[in-house]
Write a protein that binds this ligand. Structure first.
Ligand code: UD1
Ligand code: CA
Length: 469
């Protein structure tokens, strides 16, 4: 049977208490990924013929997130979850099949649970199957009303009697519907409830009244059904997602010294025997190979790392690292950096748009911007590549085996030839030939005994000023 999915993501998210008009609740991020993206990722492997996202409040932002992977429909006014699904009717109403409806604010939902829900729906030949879960504290959720063990309705928190509030089986907000019957039922929704909205949950009562087959499926892991309505729940769900990701990595052979302080996005992969030290953030499209030591206090975004590297206290963005390097403490790399095998970049260095060659070293306190550094180069302490003239950025090449003395300023654009030697403290603004020595600083002059004269003058001066007082 053909399958469709609808993600509800138009709501304002009033309980997030944001003053911004341009962001929707589902665009809030966990580990750098919008909440709704988690839902899309859980749906994708099921193989839906069509996934429709309903966007509305902050819709431009949501649209940007979802438009590549789903069809988008707009709900201009947020009149409730039932009304939101109606917005998908031009795309779905006439189709034969089954439709999963879920909320864009439940990022813990897994593909496995969705498949199991669909499986039960199909084996029971239901017209509607609702995912439910049993919570210690069901406050805020729609309650599942049953009679003689059979579901007969869903009552929203706002509409619950005191007795209904005691029910702790709740609606997880995920449903499988017979598609045609869903859109027929939506036409009969009314707004005579505490919120004055078209509740999708009322469709269940309509199915029951018509004698359609309705069932529930209790999620094995209640945490999968947690929805995010406020920022406290956002943090709680984020923690659960982190735990899930960290656990899977640990079981695959990655050591995480302190999972509590380790933030790894779902888009990150890490090879076995790599050790992640505390306070480490690994985000974006980051791929880390085997047997590395990363951290503590390290931040990666879009970083590729090979094998056997040691990277400590560093902040790397858009960077590719080879094998067997030693980086940090306190390396900052950004704006497209490639660090090749066996490089050593030590304390307090910044690299921007640089290719740093095999076996090259930059041990301390340098800024290298817009440059390619060859193999076996030594960049002395405190080297600056001055790549910016206030208007333009220019590029410098340092060829293999060159030696740059400490405290040098290389004013781009220049080419420093293979094996060239730059004397410490030089300011270089011309190309240097291979194997040449460049020295660009004043000659040193030593004045015999003159230090004594200086001291004498200083003492006289201080005595004079005391007398004046
Ligand atoms: C909803 C369910 C509740 C269930 C809970 C599970 C209804 C009426 N209630 O409540 O039974 O226990 O989810 O998490 O369905 N949305 C729109 N347009 C709207 C209103 C909402 O697209 O007009 C979207 C929201 O962006 C959100 C989702 O629908 O992603 C759920 O809306 P929300 O207001 O969070 O519903 P709950 O009160 O949590
Ligand atoms: Ca919700």
């Amino acid at each position: 049977m053909e399958k469709f999915a609808v993600i509800l993501a138009a709501g304002k998210g009033t309980r997030m208490k944001s003053r911004r008009e341009d962001i929707s609740k589902v665009s809030f991020q966990i580990l750098g990924q919008p909440i709704v993206q988690y839902v899309i990722n859980a749906l994708k492997p099921i193989g839906f013929s069509k996934i429709v996202t309903v966007v509305g409040f902050g819709g431009q932002t949501t649209n940007k997130i979802v438009e590549e992977e789903t069809d988008v429909v707009w709900q201009k006014e947020q009149k409730g979850t039932g009304h939101a699904v109606m917005m998908a009717s031009p795309l779905l109403e006439s189709l034969e099949g089954e439709t999963v409806v879920c909320c864009g604010d439940t990022p813990l939902l897994t593909t496995a649970t969705l498949s199991a829900l669909i499986g039960k729906h199909e084996t029971r030949q239901n017209d509607l199957t609702v995912l439910t879960s049993v919570l210690d504290d069901p406050t805020g959720y729609g309650r599942i009303k049953k009679e003689n063990g059979k579901v007969v309705g869903i009552v929203e928190q706002k509409d619950c009697t005191e007795e209904e509030k005691q029910i702790n089986e709740v609606n997880a907000g995920v449903y499988v519907f017979n598609n045609r019957k869903l859109f027929a039922a939506l036409r009969n929704l009314r707004t005579d409830n505490a919120a004055g909205e078209y509740y999708l949950t009322d469709a269940l009562g309509i199915f029951v009244a018509k004698g359609d087959r309705v069932g529930t499926f209790i999620a094995q892991n209640f945490s999968e059904t947690l929805g995010i309505n406020d920022r406290y729940q956002l943090a709680k769900c984020a923690k659960l997602i982190r735990e899930r990701i960290n656990k899977a990595l640990m079981l695959s052979g990655v050591s995480i010294e302190d999972p509590e302080t380790t933030y790894i996005a779902p888009t990150v992969s890490i090879g076995p025997d790599t050790v992640i030290c505390p306070n480490t953030h690994l985000l974006g499209l980051t791929t880390i190979g085997e047997n590395n030591s990363i951290g503590p206090d390290t931040y990666f975004k879009n970083v590729t790392v090979g094998r056997n590297n040691r990277i400590i206290y560093s902040h790397l963005v858009d960077t590719i690292i080879g094998n067997e390097t030693t980086l940090g403490p306190w390396l900052r790399a950004r704006g497209s950096v490639v660090i090749k095998d066996r490089a050593h970049i030590g304390n307090f260095n910044e690299l921007k748009n640089v290719i740093f060659g095999e076996g090259s070293k930059c041990a301390h306190l340098s800024y290298l911007g817009d440059a390619d550094i060859g193999a076996e180069v030594n960049v002395g302490c405190g080297t600056i590549i001055a790549n910016y003239d206030g208007v333009n950025k220019t590029h410098t090449s340092v060829k293999d085996k060159a030696f740059i003395g400490s405290g040098s300023t290389i004013i781009s654009p220049v080419i420093i030839g293979e094996g060239a030697f730059i004397a410490a403290g030089s300011t270089i603004n011309k190309d240097v030939d291979p194997d040449a020595m460049a020295i660009a600083r004043c000659r040193q002059e030593n004045k015999c005994e003159y230090a004594k004269t200086l001291r004498r003058k200083a003492i006289l001066k201080s005595q004079k000023s005391k007398k004046l007082k």
